[in-house]
Design a binder for this molecule. Structure first.
Ligand code: SF4
Ligand code: SF4
Ligand code: FES
Length: 457
């Protein structure tokens, strides 16, 4: 680590590591600085010129993203001169912008809109008809759509494919007014992390085909959660909305920064896994394929438990929250059942890579290991009580708490998915993380804990 030094920004003294980027200090200290092309995971590119500041002793304004902090440096980020620079550069960025914010999915979370309100507010010198036209609907592949007219040519997307995925599908072609983002000839954007360019794009040029035109972002509520796609434990936001009289619906997962786990990114498969929470859900209690009410279901539950007393095995899905697993283990002890958490079925080497994706596809893998549960398949079971484990077991009878519909003669009892409940998970390297409850359904399925209360009541 370099020496800590002091610099002055807008007449206030700050401490920073010598040789670190000035823009990092400004962002960290929440000193307002406009920027498009800089991103902490991609580094400086210096192409947008929005992040200009004045530095004492320098004749011309300098870009903060390519300026290294030095002891005694004096920076001015708010002078009349520098604000004029920001306004003028923004006007240049907007010169050919189509101004189609009302139909743009980025509206509400767009840097261009925000910066226009902060630094722009100028009248357009170029009319809509005189603006240079580009293609507004370019299918790049991998669920990503490009609107070339909205692009500010910050090169975040191209740098992502160069520096992060090393797949090099994107580039900027042409010069001046004709410059535009494009895939390389004969190629499509095609890598398992491609949709991260949608989050990286500071404007509405790159949108997700899956999300576009489905929901205005200002209607969305965000819950902090953890992806359940594998044991990596990537941090996500669950963006959902409950429209009046309708059900609470998840519209997207987005990456949530955690430098200890996933940095700024998630894989596309994890990102799109929200759909599983919205489809094919088990909503009724069934016994032998016939819908039963709760009274009947609990009576049947108790009758099966009595019938198979001494020959009961409990099976636990390694995606359940730790609090649920602990409660199930304690319950199994009370009813004299053996506990199993078979892990074999979650092992998927074809999914793994050296970026984020893990071959171990159970979100709470770490808790199963930490608790020392039996991970083999249950044997010689009379009755299996299955808490959402994906495997079908051979047993004389089965009670199955399930988030999703099953082809089964078992006593099937619907349960809440992870997004409808809160709890903690331990990832593959032993890191414990908390998931907030996101969704409140109109007719919520009971959680594991409330089911245990019902069947023991
Ligand atoms: S498409 Fe978005 S991320 Fe890519 S260069 Fe244009 S503005 Fe930047
Ligand atoms: S790497 Fe695993 S935890 Fe991370 S987003 Fe993908 S599936 Fe989810
Ligand atoms: S953020 Fe500094 S030039 Fe773009």
């Amino acid at each position: 680590m370099s020496e800590m030094i002091e610099i002055i920004v807008d007449d206030k003294t700050y401490r920073a590591e010598e040789g670190s980027l000035l823009i990092d200090l400004l962002i960290r200290e929440e000193i307002k600085v406009p920027y498009f092309c800089y991103h902490e995971s991609l580094g400086a590119d210096g192409n947008c010129r929005m992040c200009m500041v004045e530095i004492a002793g320098q004749k011309r304004p300098q870009i903060a993203c390519d300026t290294l902090v030095k002891s005694g440096m004096e920076v001015n980020s708010k002078s009349t001169k520098i604000e004029k620079v920001h306004t003028d550069i923004l006007e240049l960025e907007l010169i050919n912008h189509p101004v189609d914010c009302p139909t743009c999915d980025q509206a509400g979370e767009c840097s261009l809109q925000d910066l226009y309100m902060d630094y722009g507010l100028h009248d357009a010198k170029v009319t809509i008809v005189d603006k240079v036209k580009h293609d507004k609907k370019v299918d790049l592949g991998s669920n990503v759509m490009l609107d070339q007219e909205r692009c500010v040519l910050c090169a975040r997307c191209t740098r992502f494919t160069d520096k992060i995925t090393h797949t090099h599908e994107l580039g900027i072609i042409g010069r001046g007014d004709e410059a535009k983002v494009s895939t390389m000839p004969g190629r499509k954007l095609d890598n398992p992390y491609a949709m991260n360019v949608v989050d990286l794009c500071p404007v509405g040029a790159l949108t997700s085909k899956d999300f576009r035109f489905h929901q205005r972002v200002w209607f969305l509520q965000s819950a902090e959660s953890i992806c359940h796609g594998c044991a990596k434990g990537c941090n996500i936001y669950i963006d959902h909305n409950k429209m009046k009289y309708q059900d609470d619906v998840i519209y997207r997962f987005r990456p949530r920064r955690n430098d200890a786990v996933n940095g700024f990114y998630i894989c596309d498969e994890g990102r799109l896994s929200y759909k599983e929470l919205e489809t094919n859900r088990l909503e009724s209690m069934l016994y032998d394929g016939v819908v039963v009410d709760e009274h009947e279901a609990i009576a049947q539950y108790k009758s099966l438990l009595t019938q198979y007393q001494g020959r009961v095995s409990v099976v636990i899905d390694a995606n359940l929250y730790s609090e649920e697993i602990e409660a199930i283990v304690a319950y199994a002890e009370r009813i004299g059942a053996k506990v199993f958490a078979p892990l074999e079925c979650y092992n998927d080497p074809s999914f793994a890579d050296d970026m984020l994706k893990s071959a171990q596809r159970a979100a709470n893998y770490g808790a199963i290991v930490k608790m020392g549960l039996e991970t083999n398949m249950p044997s010689d079971a009379g009755l299996i009580i299955n808490f959402n484990h994906p495997t079908h077991f051979n047993a004389e009878a089965e009670i199955h708490f399930s988030t999703h519909k099953q082809e089964s003669n078992a006593l099937l009892l619907p349960m809440a998915a992870f997004s409808e409940n809160s709890g903690s998970l331990i990832n593959e390297v032993g890191l414990e993380q908390w998931c907030e409850k996101a969704v409140e359904k109109n007719s919520p399925a009971p959680t594991v804990l409330s089911w245990l209360e019902k069947v023991e009541g």
